[in-house]
Design a protein around this ligand. Sequence first.
Ligand code: SF4
Length: 470
Amino acid sequence: MLGEIRGLNEECGVFGVFGHPDAAQLTYYGLHALQHRGQEGAGIVTTDGEQVHAAKGHGLINDVFSQNQLEELTGHASVGHVRYATAGDGGYENIQPLLFRTQTESMALAHNGNLVNAQGLKRQLEAQGSILQTTSDTEVIAHLIQRAGHMNKEEAISQALTMIKGAYSLAILTEKRMYVAMDPRGLRPLSIGKLGDAYIVSSETCAFDVIGATHVREVKPGELIIIDDNGLQATRFSEPIQRTLCSMEYVYFSRPDSNLDGKNVHASRKTMGKKLAEESFVEADVVTGVPDSSISAAIGYAEASSIPYELGLIKNRYVGRTFIQPSQELREQGVKMKLSAVRGIVDGKRVVMVDDSIVRGTTSRRIVTMLKEAGATEVHVRIASPPIKNPCYYGIDTSTSGELIASNKSIEEIREQIGADSLSFLSTDGLEAAIHDGEQSLEHGSCQACFTGNYPTEIFPSTIPPYEKE
Ligand code: SF4
């Protein structure tokens, strides 16, 4: 999993508990399982039914929370969040859950995804007198809910949700209740689980396993779920429309032990590798995958091509977080530290190197060079997703078009730049077939906008940064 040094970053993970005396501890473990979704900051807010308690900070879960802090986060319900911050919005105030206190009630919001109309709504809110304290989209949701304060909470939240556009998987905690919602397109995953009588909410199902909870079901697109002492009540704020779950969740972001839309991520990646082998077979001696997220696809490629899978690349697990280094030179240095080619495996061999995606091309070039320096006679690069040509506006930092190599170069030019003997990408049809077994329906469909440019929602001019408009 090298996305963090190649310019591909998930922006958040959400976790929540309702009805358990150790809500904060469980949330700590749950967030730990979601750490891959964001490493820049984390927070937990709990409620004991009367008062809310909060702790948050920069860094990894282990850095942010001490045992003492967790003990102070008392209560039977909690929401937690891990985040990756894009440039310029890494301030402490943006670390979630965002907590708002009024005379009558508190409200903590944990949000995964980006809104596409946040800028316009911010302007409207400010024109109407709201004072925004963060640069995060999530605060907009809080203000919209607050503005409908004359309604009951459920109606206020429903109304706010109909005003926001884009991607949101959301958990909101007040003193007495938890509200869980997903955008009508279902762009980001969110699931409900149970641990005894307690309800658990998580961006990914892998976190249920960690705390011993069972997966009950996914939150449905357009659904608003209310959880309180009376149990769980599901309502809708939007009629069903075509679901477009982010296909990069399958390709790269989600953990292989998670299920997305009922399908195991490892199994989907393996099928991507199989389809890739069917679409672009090449004679070779070994297949290897770039650890960690490409291993499943490499195994699939090896199975379908009958070329043995070998551990041609290994990852040094004890390197610090090199991805925060901003310059290209330092990023490349980071690749060197994180990965090694195994000479005993690749020396004198024709190697198929399977990777999940190419963003800037820098990482691929380093890996191809590394394999050749270790004696590989040929390196054939096979990418288990289509070329990423367009930026994402739904909460993935895929870099700008200018930085996306496939946006500016042909496949042959990319091959030349990364120094591979051949290069092929999975087709969009192949990806679709791997995710849905060729069976798309209203409830089961995926977004492929970063490959195709077909965005599933309107993209507002204010969402597009100036450099993308040139
Ligand atoms: S544009 Fe790409 S990264 Fe963004 S939601 Fe769609 S598939 Fe996922």
